[in-house]
Design a protein around this ligand. Structure first.
Ligand code: CA
Length: 453
């Protein structure tokens, strides 16, 4: 058998068994005869999983994850044998109690009983690097390796607000702004960790309709279970949340979905894989082996034919510990929105992992997306001493973002057709017509009417 093009090899991999026998077969079959070159071009045979000179320095690493759809590529890389295939059979995926726990565990590293890296909201890797969110402001340099997913998140609102026109656009912002005058308390909204994705998504949603999230409402970090309980008993009004919570919120009549993040910003950056920079520096080949395994898992995850198995694996007790009934709809892009809004039934509105329908990479960590998260941090006055200006932003991004390793790993694994040509995805457009041009982030800040003083 020959692997005369990247396409035929990918097709082969997609149908090959990942059983031990299949992996051995692949390894023997695709081993290049030359021991000097590990690069590949569309015309040369694609290299095998572990080519000569690419043997990882270590076979293990501990990667933390949070049991939400963002973590699927890590779980699949483990359970489908992709870490093993690329020479890292002892990688552990370790469930984290919450984001603060993951942060604390990466601060101590696996040598201290913690983790070497894993799944993060943005820009947690940059903030941990700068010591902005760690105990005693300890700086733990991090390496951002790939994006794990896009979409799969949204804004849930309690059932008590049914019929008030709270869609992706809030028809009557005065209903929320005037809530305190009529109810004796401010409209209360939650996310799971301050100054990262879910905080940004709900702030964007409020502000796009003229509600100032810092002054018109009460916005705070609350664990998901408490937030859902609050929405049930009438003490919590809105929640910036991710799958599989949206399905439960609507199906259990706790509330409705005002917006999916896929509506706010189609194919937006979501969560990322990042590891301690000292681990990456000490183990560059192992880092790329992890990346190759995750990339292959992401391609596997986006094959509709694999989604049923994905759901079965991730719903398992040791992972999300939920039911396949709860996890299946988001993986089909099937969202009941509630409150009279039309349902979604579109694969491309749910979580995606490898490539979006516009042909852009999801896995590749575009530096332009790091810049949006830092620009949005500047918009709201988060970590002003760290994200002081765009020069500081550029310096931090150039230190933390290791898109160079992503490119090398993709090249070595034969995923050459999917390597982006630029570190920028270009101009981004939000549902309200606002654009973010990574070449001119100040213009984006100037265009936002609601922002921190
Ligand atoms: Ca998320």
């Amino acid at each position: 058998m020959s692997f005369s093009s990247g396409m035929s090899r990918r097709k082969f991999l997609a149908t090959a068994s990942v059983s031990a026998a299949g992996a051995v077969f692949l390894k023997g079959c695709a081993q290049p005869t030359s021991t000097t070159s590990t690069s590949s071009s569309p015309t040369s045979p694609a290299p095998g999983p572990v080519t000569a000179g690419d043997t990882p320095e270590v076979t293990s690493a501990v990667l933390g994850y949070i049991p939400i759809v963002e973590s699927a590529p890590l779980i699949i890389a483990k359970q489908k044998g992709f870490f093993e295939k690329y020479g890292m059979p002892d990688v552990q995926v370790a469930k984290q109690a919450n984001w603060a726990g993951a942060r604390d565990n990466v601060t101590i590293g696996s040598k201290g009983g913690g983790i070497d890296g894993g799944q993060w909201q943005m820009p947690m890797a940059h903030l941990i690097t700068e010591g902005a969110i760690t105990l005693n402001n300890q700086k733990v340099p991090m390496a951002l390796l790939c994006q794990l997913n896009t979409q799969g998140n949204g804004i849930a609102v309690a059932a008590l607000h049914t019929g008030k026109g709270l869609g992706v656009k809030i028809n009557d912002p005065d209903y929320i702004k005037g809530f305190e005058a009529t109810n004796g308390r401010k409209f209360k909204a939650a996310h799971t960790f301050p100054n990262v994705n879910q905080d940004f998504w709900i702030r964007y949603w409020f502000a796009a309709s003229g509600v100032n999230p810092d002054t018109d409402i009460e916005l705070l970090a609350v664990p998901p279970a408490e937030t859902v309980q609050g929405m049930r008993n009438g003490t919590m009004d809105a929640f910036s949340t991710g799958d599989p919570w949206p399905y439960r919120i609507v199906s259990e009549d706790i509330g409705f979905m005002s917006a999916l993040t896929a509506e706010i910003w189609p194919y937006h950056p979501e969560e990322y894989l990042a590891m301690r920079a000292d681990w990456v520096e000490a183990n560059p080949k192992a880092t790329k082996a992890i990346l190759k395994a995750v990339m292959e898992a992401q391609q596997w995850c986006d094959d509709p034919a694999n989604r049923e198995e994905l759901v079965k694996i991730c719903a398992g007790r040791e992972f999300f510990n939920t039911t396949t009934e709860i996890l299946t709809p988001p993986y089909k892009g099937a969202y009941k929105m509630g409150d009279g809004k039309p349902d979604f039934n579109d694969f491309n509105k749910g979580p995606l992992y490898w490539k979006d329908p516009n042909g852009n990479s999801i896995s590749y960590p575009y530096k332009s997306h790091d810049l949006w998260f830092i620009t949005e941090s500047m918009r709201w006055g988060f970590h002003k001493n760290v994200f002081s200006d765009f020069d500081a932003a550029k310096r931090i991004i150039d230190q933390v973002n290791r898109e160079d390793l992503w490119r090398e790993a993709a090249q070595e694994a034969g995923f050459t057709a999917d390597i982006p040509s630029s570190t920028s995805r270009g101009v981004e457009t939000f549902f309200d017509g606002i654009t973010f041009d990574p070449e001119n982030p100040q213009a984006y800040l100037d265009s936002q009417k609601i922002k921190a003083a």
